[in-house]
Write a protein that binds this ligand. Structure first.
Ligand code: MN
Length: 702
């Protein structure tokens, strides 16, 4: 290496270049959409992950100094606290901060990677690995600009942990005892699920010590400090213990008590429940302990959310390989390179927990692949440095190094270029929520499907019934029911569900036990033992609980795409779990007018002559044909043509959206279709308060 720069200077230069590279590639998305105003709000791009609005809500409330009781704002979450901290010291808008935080925080991954390589005395290895890891496919996807979520530090922090463990083993310097423990504290604060990785690193260090360094007291000090940092007690207690014991370890006269201190640390860890998460898993997987459902109550059967989440489940090998290394060939070489690296530097075995968690993706779902990214980047980078060191002269060595590095980066660059994810909301949708904010009180509820929960709370500062973290079958049921059933029953259920949600919060505060779900509690209080009977009673003139706040319905057009999924949560018989036949709903945006017929796709076509619908071989008459359009003033105009009252199938043509809907009577009469698509609302129950081509808001009058 160049004589004019020291190792430390080279390290800093490499870190700086790799960091700048990682940041620059994350700006491509912004550049691609620079003219696209629909992705911007308040002069800045909006974020592109739903969950980000959760942490944004918390940060907003921390900065404001207060939030409403039971509004589910995560003011205690690390991501919200860190964001609020940056927002209070940096001269940028809040929108800019949440947009750019993932760019800068996730790019920090280059630091531990290059520092680890420094301890292997191979800085070029670290530089190449840092370039690849910082932009590799899945790491990019989950840390790109606007992907404001805990992922922005979820790999950085364990990589720092790996770095400090490696440096601790290689140098036996006292400062790495403290850095390792502090990193665990930080990682746990940021991401409580970090426990699995912490324990794996710990177990590996136990193994390493027993096999290679049984007599080395330093390792026992490190193990004791790690245990104290991992205990199941509040962070400030762990911090105090870590600092106190580190101070003892620095004293000469305590050296003979190291084993005693370790024994105490083990005892404290166990007593604090440090082993409980593992024990709980063993009970489920090994002893097949089945969680018994409560025997009292109505024992309702709700729709299982897992059925609709795509992420879980098997993934094909090439997707898995692309996600980790950007390319199948790179991935295979990376695995081979990592084996070779471990053979040459056994200290790299400490990276196994990260690799293991990454490989869990093949059973646990795509989101785990990012853990393997930096580890396997070391693998391919090591192959490159080993191969190029065989070159006859320096010129050829660096030329081949540049070519090979470019080759492994290229597929990942192409991926970034093509990965044009949209923002969560477009400008119109957010404008609706922004005006709702001035209308609604912070204690009011806005009802919408759970996907919209966090962004609604962030932009309109209200409460919601369901959101990205609260969407089990039991809380989704009433919301699904309201959106897909007639207005009068839905209006009543809305009032009931909101008041019962608040009642449940108050009951929990005063340690009362209510039924496991609102719908069960309602059934009981209205004197029904069968929830189906209770739901039928919604059609009668029932007495509703007193109104404590206003309720709004937020109805976006984008929900048309998920209408059947929304409906699935309430087309279930809660008493026996039988899934009901789903109401008919078909949407077509890609249709072709063939003169006599209009082909809607999926074998469905409209026959203009006899006003019927062909569905495969079947021919059904059309009940009514509805055409909607907005006039110059933006008012909805509709033509309804009744054709055949004997039929249950209607066709709606939303001309401004070039969209056809084919629906049955149940769907046609649903609150969502009546209020959003047709604006056919009962003036005694609802008031239209906001409307634009992307979303409408109705206020409940009862
Ligand atoms: Mn609030």
């Amino acid at each position: 290496m160049n004589k004019t720069l020291s190792q430390t200077q080279w390290t800093l230069v490499f870190i700086f270049i790799a960091f700048a590279f990682s940041v620059a590639l994350r700006l491509i998305w912004m550049y691609q959409f620079s003219d696209y105003e629909a992705f911007k709000f308040n002069g800045q791009f909006m974020i592109n992950t739903n969950d980000g609005y959760y942490f944004a809500e918390g940060a907003r409330d921390i900065l404001a100094g207060s939030h409403q009781e039971n509004d589910l704002s995560p003011v205690g979450s690390a991501a919200s606290q860190l964001t609020a901290f940056f927002a209070s010291i940096l001269p940028f808008s809040f929108e800019s901060i949440i947009l750019f935080l993932p760019v800068f925080l996730s790019s920090l991954i280059v630091v531990p990677i290059i520092l680890i390589a420094k301890s292997l005395k191979n800085l070029e290895l670290g530089f190449i690995a840092a370039l690849l890891a910082s932009i590799a496919w899945s790491y990019y996807n989950r840390t790109m600009i606007g992907y404001y979520d805990t992922d922005m530090l979820n790999i950085v922090l364990p990589m720092f942990l790996l770095w400090s463990l490696i440096w601790a083993m290689n140098t036996k310097e006292d400062k790495y005892l403290l850095i390792t423990a502090l990193d665990i504290l930080l990682y746990r604060w940021w991401y409580p699920e970090s426990y699995t990785l912490e324990v794996s690193f710990f177990a590996l260090l136990v193994l390493y010590t027993l096999v290679y360094e049984r007599k080395n007291l330093y390792n026992y000090k490190l193990l004791a400090l790690m245990l104290l940092a991992m205990m199941m007690v509040p962070g400030y207690i762990r911090l105090a213990l870590v600092l106190g014991v580190f101070f003892l370890f620095k004293q000469e006269r305590f050296q003979k008590y190291i084993y005693h201190i370790l024994a105490v640390a083990v005892a404290l860890f166990l007593v604090s429940g440090g082993f409980d998460p593992i024990w709980a898993k063993l009970k489920v997987y090994v002893f097949k302990d089945i969680v018994s459902a409560s025997q009292n109550g109505l024992n309702l059967h709700f729709y299982n959310v897992v059925q609709t989440v795509r992420e879980a489940g098997q993934i094909p090998f090439d997707v898995f390989a692309d996600r980790i290394s950007g390319n199948v060939v790179t991935f295979i070489l990376s695995v081979a390179g990592f084996v070779y690296l471990v053979w040459k530097h056994k200290i790299m075995l400490f990276a196994l927990p990260l690799l293991g968690l990454g490989f869990l993706a093949s059973v646990g779902g795509l989101r785990f692949t990012i853990y393997a990214v930096p580890v396997l980047a070391f693998g391919i980078a090591f192959l490159i440095t080993e191969f190029t060191s065989l070159m006859p002269n320096k010129g050829l060595k660096y030329l081949s190094m540049i070519l090979l590095t470019t080759a492994i980066l290229y597929p990942n660059y192409k991926h970034i270029e093509s990965y044009k994810v949209p923002t969560v909301f477009n400008l119109d949708e957010v404008t609706v929520l922004d005006s709702l904010k001035t209308m609604a009180d912070r204690e009011d509820y806005v009802i919408a499907w759970w996907d919209y929960g966090y962004p609604i709370r962030y932009y309109a500062d209200v409460k919601t019934l369901v959101d990205g973290g609260k969407h089990s079958g039991s809380v989704n049921f009433p919301v699904s029911y309201m959106l897909t059933n007639p207005q009068d029953t839905s209006a009543k259920l809305a009032r009931l569900d909101v008041e019962f949600t608040e009642k449940a919060f108050r009951a929990r505060e005063s340690n009362q036990t209510l039924a496991g779900s609102n719908i069960e509690q309602m059934s009981k209080e209205y004197g029904f033992n069968d929830t189906n009977d209770f739901l039928l009673s919604l059609q009668t003139d029932m007495k509703l609980p007193p109104k404590t706040r206003d309720i709004y319905f937020y109805l976006p057009f984008a929900m048309l795409n998920i209408y059947p999924t929304v409906g699935a949560f309430s087309s279930i018989d809660l008493m026996n779990g039988d899934q009901k036949k789903s109401p008919f709903f078909f949407i077509s945006r890609n249709f072709a007018d063939k003169g006599d017929t209009i082909q809607l796709g999926n074998g469905i076509s409209i026959n203009k002559r006899d006003q019927s619908l062909s569905m495969g071989q079947e021919k059904v008459p059309i009940r009514r044909f509805v055409k909607t359009a907005y006039d110059a003033k933006g008012e909805l105009r509709k033509e309804v043509r009744l054709a055949n009252l004997g039929s249950a199938i209607s066709v709606i043509y939303m001309s401004d959206y070039r969209t056809f809907l084919v629906v049955d009577e149940k769907t046609y009469n649903s609150l969502y279709i009546q209020l959003l698509v047709l604006e056919e609302y009962d003036k005694n129950l609802f008031e239209k308060v906001i409307s634009n081509p992307h979303a409408k808001v109705y206020k409940l009058k009862i």
